[in-house]
Design a protein around this ligand. Structure first.
Ligand SMILES: Cc1ncc(COP(=O)(O)O)c(C=O)c1O
Length: 392
């Protein structure tokens, strides 16, 4: 079955719900058994790790619908939903790391993930180190005998360097580490982590799966082999997501293919535009043929999403502000992946330690929304005009 068709059918069971196309939203904490035998059977199945409806926190048909969707589309064996992307990251890290272990992390990962390593995991005796995403040759030497997790994100969601995932995953496996990847940028549609050697895939479902900027959600999916520690940790830490948010996640997911196709087309048009502008130093988008990561992206990914970055040539602060404030479709916001365009002024060097971001001018991140590309380009042209006026 093609992915576009899986997106429509995966995780749906109208036959179980009187023909209703979508799964019901189970507002449930207590699940009752009528007899002792039923209760004992339910307890036995739960203790044996069988999936079932035992208690609201451990899953309902609403959460199973989204989990099955991600599992089928991404090609994994299991998935669990979380109340946010960072909750998904934190729980996944906690599941595979013990006091005295070491985690090796790409230097360009999502900032709060770095902080989890530097603050939270350090408090529990987990060592961390970072590797330069543009120097894959340096990674092997950074493994320690106690390295238990290799953590990747491709492309990095601030600076968009691509990683050679199959090569790094093979190296991580050879060293006995669990290979984990934040796959939010590509979504389960455009990158298949398990086919490329990854053991655990993480999604800030808040972004493209929800797709409408109206719910916080995370998903972790994994292989059979990686499942037991994750399943246990999810229960121990009491991770679950609210039924309405999970419902919004599975609803948004049904249009993932059409939305992402449009985000991609618009991002390509916008990155082409930025490459033509004299104010711009560099454009970061692996889907664009001029990007240094384009060949890796083309080899391993089946599409590019709507998130990309640019660096401007150095300019007065007032000129930058004039550009940003003039934009009408791009408001400043920390998130991305919704239907709307969005931007962020980023500071890459604040978020890395072993690699230096080489561009001296300001770095901006854009999410290409579903508006007409022509309107977005007109918006940027007006912004550049304002920038020139302010600089003069
Ligand atoms: C790449 C990436 N991973 C994880 C997260 C965390 O997701 P959430 O905001 O749902 O906690 C984000 C959020 O911006 C992100 O950009």
């Amino acid at each position: 079955m093609k992915d576009e068709s899986k997106i429509v059918v995966a995780g749906r069971h109208p036959e179980k719900y009187e023909g209703a196309v979508n799964p019901p939203v189970y507002h449930a904490s207590t699940i009752v058994s009528k007899t002792m035998a039923e209760w004992e059977d339910s307890r036995r199945r739960r203790e044996a790790g069988e999936r079932g409806v035992y208690y609201g926190r451990v899953g309902t048909p609403t959460s199973f619908a989204l989990e099955d969707f991600v599992t089928e589309l991404e090609g994994g064996d299991h998935a669990r939903v979380f109340p946010s992307g960072i909750a998904a990251i934190g729980t996944a890290l906690t599941a595979y790391l013990n006091a005295g272990d070491h985690i090796l992390v790409a230097d360009n990962v999502y900032g709060p993930c770095r902080r989890l390593c530097e603050r939270f995991l350090a408090r529990f005796g987990v060592e961390h180190s970072f590797f330069d995403p543009l120097d894959p040759g340096s990674v092997e030497g950074l493994f320690r005998p106690n390295t238990k997790v290799l953590y990747l994100e491709a492309p990095g969601s601030l600076t968009f360097e691509m990683l050679d995932i199959p090569r790094l995953a093979a190296l991580g496996k050879a060293k006995g580490a669990t290979v984990m990847m934040d796959n939010t940028w590509a979504s389960p549609l455009f990158f298949k982590p398990f086919a490329h050697g990854v053991d655990v895939s993480i999604h800030a479902a808040t972004k493209y799966l929800v797709g409408h900027s109206d719910a916080m959600l995370g998903v972790v999916s994994c292989t059979d082999a990686a499942w037991p520690p994750l399943a246990e940790c999810v229960v121990d830490l009491g991770q679950c997501a609210g039924p309405d948010d999970v419902y919004l996640g599975q609803r948004g997911a049904r249009t993932l293919a059409v939305r992402l196709e449009r985000h991609q087309q618009t991002a390509l048009a916008l990155t082409d535009f930025f490459w033509s502008r004299p104010e711009v130093d560099c454009v970061m988008y692996p889907g664009h043929p001029r990007d240094p990561g384009h060949d890796l992206w083309k080899r391993d990914f089946t599409g590019a999403s709507g998130l990309f970055g640019i660096t401007l040539k150095p300019l007065p602060e007032a000129a930058l502000r004039a550009f940003v404030d003039r934009l009408q479709f791009f408001h400043l916001g920390a998130s991305w992946g919704g239907y709307e365009s969005l931007m962020l002024v980023t500071h890459p060097n604040d978020m890395r330690s072993v690699s230096k971001w080489p561009y001296p001018g300001p770095t901006l991140r854009f999410h290409a929304g579903l508006e007409a590309a022509e309107d977005l380009i007109l918006d940027f042209e007006a912004g550049f005009q304002q920038m020139r006026a302010a600089a003069a």
